[in-house]
Write a new protein. Sequence first.
Length: 470
Amino acid sequence: MDSDNTLGLVITDGVGFRNFFLSGFLEEIKSKFKQIIIFSALPSSVFNKFDLSGCVLVHLEDYRESGFNWFFRKTKELAHLKKNAGNNFGFQDNLRANYTESNSRRGKLVRFAYKLSERFNSEESIERFYRLQQKSFANHRSTKNYRKLLSQYKPGLLFFTHQRPPYIAPLLYAAEKERIKTCSFIFSWDNLASKGRMAGNFNHYLVWSGLMKDELLQFYSRISEKQVQVVGTPQFEPYVMPEYSSNKNEFHNRFQLDSGMKTICFSCGDVSTSANDPLYIETIAEALIKNEIEGNFNFLVRTSPAEEPERFTYLREKYPFIKWNYPAWTQSRSDHSEAWSQRIPSTKDLKDLRMILEFSDMGINMCSTMSLDFMVFDKPVINPVFGNENNGLYNDQRFLKYAHYKKVIESGAVIIAKNKIELIAGINTYLEKPGLHSRQRKSLLKLQIGKPLKRTSAEIAASLKQLSIA
């Protein structure tokens, strides 16, 4: 088998599936490689609608960490957070969030890991914890199976579409032992500047932008500049693909909206980070009822694809004029070690999302990536953050101090609303002046997304081909 013409493609979760299968990536990569081995952590049925000619679909086992493996991974991640905490609020916040006072065996081990990482958090120490983690699963059945698969298919390059899930570590270890080059795509804009350590060490890294490249080199001092390539992200590519396009009439019909009114969309996060979303929805609904907003508008709410929408049921009953979009993602299986990863998107949902972004007049969300999604269509964005340390609400104002979102605030591309008055004033401002901050929005997108959307998949495919033969 010609290794240079064989690519291993690792799909770890539903979002990776969305980014690399619902974009133009599959066709681009098939034009560059004779064979693609798809190592999938998702059920094989999710690929039924795709032309997999030239591809081999291999199911990845649901790897369950042993106690030793978990401990060394946890210590490695804590050491990484501690090493980089300094003036970085996101790392500091995650260190606080991971701590526990539990007297369970796991709780005691977490506190022991904190003590270890407090003392040993140099890059050398982090690498030592990583090697101990690898040693702990070297003889695991999954690891042995992965080595057999890699030896059988011999890909010239193994491409991971996410750098963090713990269950990819044995596959990464197997690739290292089989002397197969590895490459990872950095999954999201907040991963490097606030989240824990990557699952392991890759040979190459693909990043969204020059900004993300700088972050990678800053927080991972052993990575050299020549290992990193800026390619953009396929996350936004469907917004310029004709198969996902629609018109404004379809938008109004799809969500039963009044075509004579503007539309405001509130997009939710999941309850773990956006616990105040029901409050924000209710605040806007009440302002509409009380005529505190100048002019009437359609109010559309899109819930998070990462959770079921039950927590909003009372709002649907209380405010029947609100229109709802429940993302068409299905839970493919719930018995997986990372059940969230098994939520699978659909082309229908991607078309719904694009029409919402393109034809809504404003996007409101609590500091999520959806701010960027709306900006792709140059739509005004408001970020409500009512909660702080003192008012009894979930403290979402702390996210304003995260490195990735500080850049959003500093750009002037969004309105930050810390209370009801500021939220209503922001809505009125953007309804009257939708072009306000347009220049800042475009500048922020250029900073965060380093390549044109129309060439993203081609850029990634070309980079992978180059890396496979280098």
